[in-house]
Design a binder for this molecule. Structure first.
Ligand SMILES: [Zn+2]
Length: 324
């Protein structure tokens, strides 16, 4: 029987899951928000770039070792921009242009002294959730590029120092003309549930007592994200999973990851055998057991900025208490 023959014949009914195109289940992740258009078509337009840099409305976000100046208020924060004339030396990158034609650049350079009370240098992990969509997107973009320019300074082919081009979104070797692009390391993170809908939570061997999360690991060379899910879960806990479902993604440029979120079902044995090198302990928790473990101080969960928090929350069904 062909796939078409199995389609429902009711007018307007939904297509079967195998052909359904749906958006990610997790939206508005703290670091996956964006408002300013990246304007990639302008990155090599030198006349436009020169004019934008000379425009008094242009705003520059300086990032240094993953930090930027932020102004903190009550339960919110905003970025501290400088005018182009006040920007320090350093690699310059075009972050984008907003709806009112204001250009935003980043510069990887020395942070200025805080311009007033309330301003201080902050990492993305702290400021990200408190920023507006516009500022969260700009800071995530700028930190990712800043980290890359700080680290990948030489040609991997011949060892010569490379030069930024394309408004800081690429680097080129002056000796062999090879071009190099920002490195992003895909990592998967997965909530595994058993037939009783209990969640598998584990403590990494490097973490302090009581801190737990869902399982995560880097996607290896020549491996799909779904294959990485099954391999990591089996390696770390001895659990076999099926029905791997994609939930959404969030950049995590600390220094260069992209977190790919999944759910997976453990239909077979629920007996856990931890890899003691990576995992100190792992256990199944019902929602009630998790609630009680957090209330008693026995467990602490990841902070809201993380995709782990959002994935656990999507299973838990309401706001999570007790984060790190
Ligand atoms: Zn080279």
């Amino acid at each position: 029987m062909s796939a078409a023959a199995s389609l429902p014949d009711v007018p307007g009914s939904a297509p079967p899951p195998s052909v359904a195109l749906t958006g990610p289940a997790l939206t508005r992740l703290a670091l996956a928000r964006e408002e300013v258009d990246r304007s990639a078509h302008l990155r090599n337009d030198q006349a436009w770039l020169d004019a934008a840099w000379a425009d008094q409305r242009t705003r520059v976000l300086v990032v240094e070792h993953g930090q930027a100046l932020c102004e903190f208020g009550t339960e919110q924060a905003r970025l501290g921009f400088v005018a182009p004339a006040q920007a320090p030396d350093g690699v310059r990158f075009l972050l984008g242009v907003d709806d009112e034609a204001v250009a935003y650049f980043g510069v990887a350079g020395a942070l200025a002294d805080p311009p007033g009370p309330g301003f201080r240098p902050a990492y993305l992990r702290e400021a990200g959730p408190l920023l507006s969509d516009r500022d969260a997107g700009l800071l995530t973009h700028a930190v990712a590029l800043g980290n890359w320019h700080e680290t990948f300074t030489h040609c991997p082919r011949c060892g010569s120092p490379t030069d930024p081009f394309s408004s800081g979104h690429a680097r080129r070797c002056p000796v062999d003309a090879s071009e190099h692009f920002p490195r992003v390391d895909p990592a998967m993170i997965v909530l595994v549930t058993d037939p009783l809908d209990r969640a598998l939570l584990a403590r990494n061997a490097l973490w302090p007592e009581r801190r737990v999360s869902i399982l995560a690991g880097f996607v290896e060379a020549g491996e799909s994200a779904e294959q990485a899910v099954a391999r990591e879960v089996a390696e770390e806990t001895g659990i076999a999973v099926s029905a791997v479902t994609y939930l959404g993604s969030q950049p995590w440029p600390m220094p260069q990851s992209l977190m790919l979120g999944f759910r997976a079902a453990a239909d077979g044995s629920q007996e856990i055998e931890v890899d003691a090198n990576e995992i100190a302990e792992a256990n199944w928790y019902s929602r009630d057991e998790l609630t009680a473990a957090i209330a008693s101080g026995q467990l602490r969960l990841p902070p809201p900025v993380s995709i782990a928090h959002r994935i656990i929350e999507s299973w838990y069904g309401r706001e999570l208490p007790g984060s790190w």
